[in-house]
Design a protein around this ligand. Sequence first.
Ligand code: NAP
Ligand code: GLV
Length: 320
Amino acid sequence: MALHEPTVFITRHIPEEALRIIRSAADVRVWPEELPPSPEELRRECEGVDGLYCMLTDRIDGALLDATPRLKVISTMSVGYDHIDVSACRERGILLGHTPGVLDETTADLAFALILASGRRIAEADRFVRAGKWETWSPMFMTGQEVHGATLGIVGIGRIGQAVARRARGFGMRLLYHSRSPKPESEGLGAEYRSMDDLLRESDFVSLHVPLTEETRGLIGARELAVMKPTAHLINTARGPVVDQRALSDALARGQIAGAGIDVFEMEPVSIEEPLLALENVTVLPHIGSATVATRTKMARMAADNLVAGLQGKPMPHPI
Ligand code: NAP
Ligand code: GLV
């Protein structure tokens, strides 16, 4: 593509082996701070570069692209790309890459950890012991919901949703799913299709695995929470804005549903003032779905391979 040595900006420190891949093909600048660049800093750093290696914390919009006309390749170290204005990139002929597939099992592990944690009150019980409140064993003390044998409703049964379904089978769960199109492979996993409302009505655990799009923003709001069983749990490892967070905290506070396990928030990092954080029946995590050393290293390499291919005018291994 470029006749000069291409230049690349990387918005965070990444594993050395991924950095080596990029350095073999480009002149690289890495953002030196722990916190991400602000939009102004990102714009300044991207002026005059050919490639951008970004994270889900970096907003890539038309204003940024207008200010950085040399930018031709963007690679995000994430599978989700709701932080990128894809049409604005397409209009400008910018190539885009992401990291699908490599994090499915790891993210499904975390979703399942939240199913268990929420159903069996793990975080609440941990806080209880540490606070010195544990006085005795008693028959109905800290009782929660059964996970084995329960009904799991998977909303968005793509790569990660199917990996969750495979785990659920091992727990003897009954499986329901909802997607816009039928998924015969999910039926092979024993999952039955349901309309959204039927899934919400029948499930003991509802686990969200849709991308954030205009269609899925606010997919779970007050009306949907009211359809769920009072004993049910909502698990969100997809994206925060898929759930109306205020409606969720109201439903949990009123006991309209039994619990929630949340890895992603409307605004990240979530404010300490967020009402959800004051509730005992919520397990909260700081967006760590894919956070294992092995998986993050694979994602970093995959994003590096995408970037280098794009810069060299070759097809990206994992284009958006
Ligand atoms: P995927 O393979 O594309 O699966 C997404 C599924 O959602 C598809 O089966 C799609 O099927 C369905 N879907 C899309 N729009 C829908 C709608 N309006 N209603 C119902 N179903 C809909 O994606 P994935 O790799 O599994 O990842 C899913 C999302 O998980 C990512 O986009 C990302 O936001 C999130 N994620 C979070 C973490 C974390 O750290 N917490 C880690 C990885 C990924 P149809 O198109 O047929 O409807
Ligand atoms: C994480 O949330 C991802 O989209 O990779």
